[in-house]
Design a protein around this ligand. Structure first.
Ligand code: ATP
Ligand code: MG
Length: 419
């Protein structure tokens, strides 16, 4: 017998566990749907250059983590490693930025692929829900997104997460800082790859997790000291709006994110119960990205929250999501009653009641086992004699009580009891 397993670094979502993922996606997208964000869906793969240019040639995502392929027709594609570049590409292609008022607010949910070293919280196939507000420079927009993510996590019952906030400056002040940092880094004892990184994107060296690198970074110039007045004022306004909304955050001047396109506001959501894979989500402003991929100037801001790590965070906090049983009513047909009960189950489903029935010609004992396993609140049991009398037996699966109900009333009675 040939047996296959899910590819390394991937896992399957299986019931009942998979229900948590649906609940998390709903919880994250809920606040967005109430805030003017429209749903967008883009292909699972794109032209590899979209990511190379958009995400950045020096990033881990592009240099190490992309799944690339050449099609039979010779096109160079990559499985999408993140959502922002694709969503912006789609918005530009559909001319959404010309259609009406800006910003264009979009949300998405889907699978992303990165060739990473698999470990808890780090997979080669993972799932994100994201949001992008395209085409407006307004601190209220940055604040809105941070507040909505906070609302989403709180609605799930998460408490032990923190919001880290920083400003990366803009095209006026960042180059000055970049030069200062570069000259600081050039005096350090770094390996060849890190030296190369320091040349392409020195800010990312600050993000290096290795202790020997971090040790040398003590005393490095800090971006905050280099922010221009416009960036400072912008950042203060973002901070004030988040504070006024009662959302707590921590200023983290060392926060630089792993993608090249960020400008000004950057933030990350971290959960303290997750060990080293502590980031559950992140985002920021990317005012230059549109131009980098050939579009007009469209200052934008967005985030992506990881569904996998959010589920792990819920487990770390011991939060049990309130997920209703998938079946409310289970039908057990005896003798010749199957067609009638099958019809009743169809009727219940059409009336919006979650209903199921025993399949495979089981006897009373086996069918009742199915009813128990389904988690249904009520069972309807009927045999030939019941039907002859025009009734079914309605069994309360919690109390065990059973009483006859007229066939014609069952749907209404159940709807009332379950309401
Ligand atoms: P990390 O620093 O942990 O590698 P990142 O900066 O690469 O994270 P982003 O690109 O900002 O992550 O993606 C946003 C969110 O998507 C992360 O906070 C995380 O929850 C999730 N995520 C990213 N990569 C993975 C992965 N390989 N497996 C599971 N979730 C991931
Ligand atoms: Mg990463």
């Amino acid at each position: 017998m040939a047996t296959f397993q899910a590819p390394k670094g991937t896992y399957d979502l299986i019931p009942p566990y998979s229900a948590k993922y649906l609940a998390v996606r709903d919880a994250i997208s809920g606040p967005l749907r109430l805030s003017g964000y429209g749903y967008v869906e883009t292909p699972g793969f794109e032209d590899v250059d979209l990511f190379a240019r958009g995400v950045g040639e020096s990033t881990d995502i592009v240099t190490k983590e992309m799944y690339t392929l050449t099609t039979k027709g010779g096109a160079n594609l990559a499985l999408r490693p993140e959502g922002t570049a694709s969503v912006l590409r789609a918005a530009l292609e559909a001319n959404l930025h010309k259609a009406g008022g800006l910003p264009v607010k979009l949300w998405y949910s889907g699978s992303y692929y990165r060739y990473e070293r698999p470990q808890k919280g780090r997979y080669r196939h993972f799932s994100q829900v994201g949001a992008e507000a395209i085409g407006a420079e307004d601190p209220a927009l940055d604040a809105e997104l941070i507040i909505l993510a906070d609302q989403a996590y709180r609605s799930l019952g998460l408490r032990n997460f923190r919001i880290l906030l920083n400003s990366l400056g803009d095209k006026e002040c960042r180059p000055v800082y970049r030069e200062a940092l570069q000259s600081f880094l050039s005096g350090l004892d770094l390996d060849a790859e890190t030296v190369r990184r320091a040349e392409i994107n020195p800010l990312r060296v600050l993000d290096d997790k290795r202790a020997d690198v971090q040790k040398q970074l003590v005393g490095a110039p800090v971006l905050r000291d280099y922010l221009c007045d416009a960036c400072k004022a912008y950042h203060e306004e973002v901070r004030a709006l988040i504070t006024a909304a009662g959302v707590a955050f921590e200023d983290d001047e060392k926060l630089v994110r792993g993608l090249d396109y960020y400008t000004r506001t950057t933030f990350e959501f971290v959960h303290d119960g997750l060990g080293s894979q502590s980031a559950v989500g992140g985002g920021g402003r990317y005012d230059g990205l549109s131009e980098m991929i050939g579009g007009p100037a469209l200052p934008s801001v967005g985030w992506a929250l990881g569904v996998d790590r959010t589920v792990l965070a819920l487990e770390a906090e011991g939060v049990e999501l309130d997920i209703p049983a998938s079946t409310s009513v289970f039908a057990v047909a005896l003798g010749e009653a199957k067609p009638v009960l099958f019809g009743l189950v169809t009727e219940l489903r059409r009336a919006g009641v979650a209903a199921d029935i025993s399949y495979g010609g089981k006897g009373l004992k086996g069918a009742m086992k199915d009813a128990n396993r389904s988690g249904a609140r009520f069972a309807i049991v009927a045999g030939d004699r019941d039907l002859a009398e025009g009734v079914v037996q309605l069994k309360d699966m919690e109390s065990g009580e059973q009483s006859p109900v007229a066939l014609t009333d069952v749907v209404e009675v159940l709807r009332t009891k379950l309401a």
